[in-house]
Design a protein around this ligand. Structure first.
Ligand code: SAM
Length: 401
């Protein structure tokens, strides 16, 4: 993998020019049905004018939301959640719901792949509800817009801080070196990006120290100047782009970045849809998506986009909730998910429905093996996964070779 910087985004709304990021928009892949991407300097203005907003828009107002929902939810919660998920999927399949936009191989396999499943008529799943694709996008947007301010607090409370360990494990698997160009899709409030910066910085510092130690005869002036050089580029040319569809999540992420003392070096925030990434082909060494792909309407399209923007040799890494493979843990986990998490959501974030969606969407997500096949269908090779916590989450990895 080379350490060259990625090409500029082709339709980003918040792409602060950074070292190594050019100014030419991508012309090779104009977005379907949208005007050509504005040049980088015009992006913020375009966003302010309401253009190039990647937010999915609902064609109609959500019909199934309302006062009765919580009561219906409580009734549902009494049933075995996995049975519920299965029955929703079975009902969808009985209703003729197919899988839209998938490659022939996938269609041949004849599999209805959970959350990615959507019909020719544009129906898909939003948790356990069947909604139009546009509705799903709008509902997911609303959820993260509403919870953005409490998102990090909720993550810590719900997972008792374990999400931090999972994210650290993702970084260890990634093992980025100074110079790595990372795209963190659905990057939200920047957790992966901050870990990436810390990891690369400590690796770079180690390399500089080793270099200095290997030169026994340096004068003190030379040592000082080498350390000063290090200060000017403490990441060795690495860069991470946090790309998310939700303005509020990005806003909180940027605030957090300032509070935590991250500078703009090696970090940019781009508003964009994982299904139509605003970046040129072959731009990044690594693509990550943590707890994001479940929320995307067309998972197959997001995977194809990941493949497109990675350089040859680049790596795809996905951290996502998955299917628990231990029956005792599964029962306890279901109990906790369906009985406790929505309550925490209500108490901490004032949003029961958002966290009800969270637990339902996890049950709708494809199994580890099915998701692995989907990643392969997008063109990735050497696809594998590692279960964490008996499959509560899994890290899928694949290479563009
Ligand atoms: C559960 S959060 C994960 C945030 C972050 N990756 C983390 O691990 O904390 C899911 C994120 O996916 C984003 N998202 C949902 N659909 C998206 C899409 N189509 N394209 C890009 N981001 C999307 C949401 O806005 C939200 O920030």
């Amino acid at each position: 993998m080379s350490s060259a910087s990625p090409e500029p985004p082709r339709n980003a709304t918040e792409a602060a020019p950074k070292k190594g990021h050019g100014t030419e928009p991508c012309t090779r892949h104009p977005r379907k049905g949208l005007p050509a991407a504005p040049a980088r300097g015009t992006l913020s203005a375009a966003a302010a004018a309401g253009e190039a907003d990647p937010r999915p828009r609902a064609r109609s107002s959500p019909a199934s939301e309302g006062a009765g929902l919580r009561g219906a939810w409580r009734a549902r919660a009494a049933a075995t959640p996995s049975k519920m998920a299965a029955s929703v999927l079975a009902a969808s399949c009985r209703a003729g719901v197919g899988c839209r936009g998938q490659r022939p191989l996938l269609r041949l396999r004849g599999l209805c792949r959970g959350a990615s499943c959507s019909s020719a008529g544009g129906k898909t799943h939003f948790g356990f509800q069947t909604v139009s694709e546009a509705e799903k996008g709008a509902k997911v947007y609303k959820i993260f817009e509403n919870v953005a301010k409490k998102y990090d607090l909720m993550n810590d409370s719900m997972s008792l801080g374990i999400h931090r360990v999972w994210k650290d494990i993702l970084l260890r698997q990634m093992n980025p070196y100074p110079g790595t160009q990372l795209l963190d899709a659905a990057g939200g409030t920047g957790d992966i990006a901050f870990r990436f910066i810390d990891y690369v910085r400590s690796r770079w510092e180690y390399q500089v120290r080793q270099k200095l130690r290997s030169h026994q005869n340096l004068s003190w002036q030379e040592i000082t100047s080498l350390y000063q050089e290090e200060e000017h580029g403490s990441l060795g040319g690495s860069h991470v782009v946090v790309c998310d569809i939700n303005k509020e999540m990005l806003k909180i992420g940027k605030q957090k970045s300032q509070q935590l003392g991250y500078s703009d070096e090696g970090l940019s925030w781009v508003l964009g849809n994982a299904e139509e990434l605003p970046f040129n082909d072959d731009s990044f060494d690594i693509y990550t998506i943590a707890f994001g792909i479940r929320n995307v309407t067309h998972i197959d399209q997001a995977l194809q986009e990941a493949f497109r923007v990675l350089k040859p040799g680049g790596r795809f890494l996905c951290l996502e909730f998955s299917q628990v493979n231990n029956s005792l843990i599964s029962s306890l986990y279901d109990l906790y998910s369906f009985q406790v998490i929505p309550v925490l959501g209500e108490v901490i974030a004032g949003d029961w429905k958002a966290y009800q969606y969270l637990v339902e969407s996890i049950r709708n997500f494809p199994t580890q093996e099915t998701f692995k096949e989907m990643i392969e269908d997008a063109g990735f090779l050497k696809v594998d996964y590692q279960n964490l916590g008996s499959g509560i989450v899994a890290i899928h990895s694949g290479f563009k070779l």
